[in-house]
Design a protein around this ligand. Structure first.
Ligand code: PLP
Length: 373
């Protein structure tokens, strides 16, 4: 017999790190409702509704818009493994941890990757992407970049980026894991060919699904592949046969996670995207003002600072890890540590989805003031 473990009773935490964010109570309630089978007509209707709502948050009319089972990384893996065949070329723009991951995942799927790099915290211009594509010996099939770089707190401006990629016949892939539902994402207007996200950041849901959306052009490229994608589980043409009209079994999609996402997306629609973006920005600005009063400085200049995640420089002589421990133990607040070259240099404060509320900012600022005193 194993020992008798206690009943599950996690401490309430205010999640103000780089993700997960705190899930909305309505999302948590939706998750405790009864399970349905994956072909139950009631469930199929929910799938359609979820896809319709996803098109709204992605600002797209892409038919191929669905949540893949798995976290944000499953979205990255799905998009890259469907669009790239072994030996094909990808241009990856990297100025942070997730830019580097794009390279790693593309390489694993056999692509030949050219990476343009900038110091962490910076962003790319269309001219830099254009120049990299122009000087390449072989044309790239895909240009991939991160819209909201969670490791640095930088927001990539999207104007002119898709044009630069398209001028050279490449598709544009965008990581929207930390922007979707928190900062403007406009796939159709910006000309993005493929995007992926996760549910546990600005959508205010638990982790476990990765919304993806692909343009007709991208889909045509997938149809014209010489061989099938190497990951059966992430094969978009197979997934589309379940999420589309045919309803062919592929794998058992988690009803609980679909309920959560549908409710999270309904909350986005109730609030309205514009209002939601404005809320995220207002709370971020409130945080930035408060940080200034505490003599704390964001790592990224205001011009391309993310509204959903702020990297804060750790002041000289302060032990960053013990501050995070005290926030958790004394105040029940979670914030994140720096990654890679920013390890020990910054804290990462996320104001995403349901966590993006003024009272949370007030609490965090008050706690930081006490701890740093
Ligand atoms: C969190 C994150 C991911 C990975 O998502 P997981 O849900 O952890 O798999 C990818 N890209 C960015 C920009 C992220 O912030």
């Amino acid at each position: 017999m194993p020992q008798a473990y206690s009943e599950l009773d996690p401490s309430p935490r205010l999640l103000l790190g780089p993700g997960p964010s705190s899930a909305h109570p309505r999302v948590l309630r939706a998750m405790s409702t009864p399970l349905l089978g994956y072909l139950d007509p009631e469930f199929l209707k929910m799938l359609d509704e979820t896809q319709d709502l996803l098109r709204y948050v992605f600002q797209t009319s892409n038919e191929l818009t669905l949540p893949v089972s798995g976290t944000g990384m499953a979205g990255m893996e799905t998009v890259l493994s469907n669009l790239l065949e072994p030996g094909e070329r990808a241009l990856v723009c990297a100025a942070g941890f997730f830019g580097d991951r794009l390279e790693e995942v593309a390489l694993r799927h056999g692509a030949e990757v050219t990476k343009i790099e900038k110091p962490w915290g910076e962003v790319f211009t269309p001219e830099e992407i254009d120049a990299a594509l122009r000087t390449a010996q072989r044309s790239a099939k895909v240009v991939a970049l991160v819209h909201a770089e969670t490791s640095t707190g930088a927001l990539q401006p999207m104007e002119g980026i898709a044009e630069a990629a398209h001028r050279h016949g490449a598709l544009l892939v965008m990581d929207t894991v930390t922007s979707l539902g928190g900062a403007p994402v406009k796939l159709d207007k910006w000309g993005v060919d493929a995007a992926y996200s996760g549910t546990q950041k600005c959508l205010g849901c638990p982790p476990g699904l990765a919304p993806v959306s692909l343009s007709e052009r991208a889909r045509e490229m997938i149809r014209n592949r010489k061989r099938k994608p190497d990951a059966w589980y992430f094969d978009l043409e197979l997934l589309a046969k379940y999420w589309g009209k045919e309803r062919v079994y592929h794998h058992t999609v988690s009803a609980t996670l679909v309920y959560a996402l549908r409710e999270g997306l309904r909350l986005v629609a109730d609030e309205g995207l514009e209002a939601r973006w404005a809320r995220h920005r207002a709370n971020a600005e409130y945080l930035w003002e408060g940080l200034q009063e505490l003599d704390l400085t964001p790592f990224v200049p205001p011009a391309h600072r993310l509204p959903t995640l702020t990297t804060v420089r750790v002041p000289e002589g302060v032990d960053e890890a013990s501050v995070r421990t005290r926030l958790r133990e004394d105040y029940g607040i979670e914030i994140g540590a720096g990654l890679g070259p920013l390890k020990g240099q910054v804290w990462r404060v996320g104001l995403m989805g349901y966590s993006s509320r003024k009272e949370n900012v007030t609490l965090l600022l008050g706690a930081l003031k006490e701890i740093l005193k």
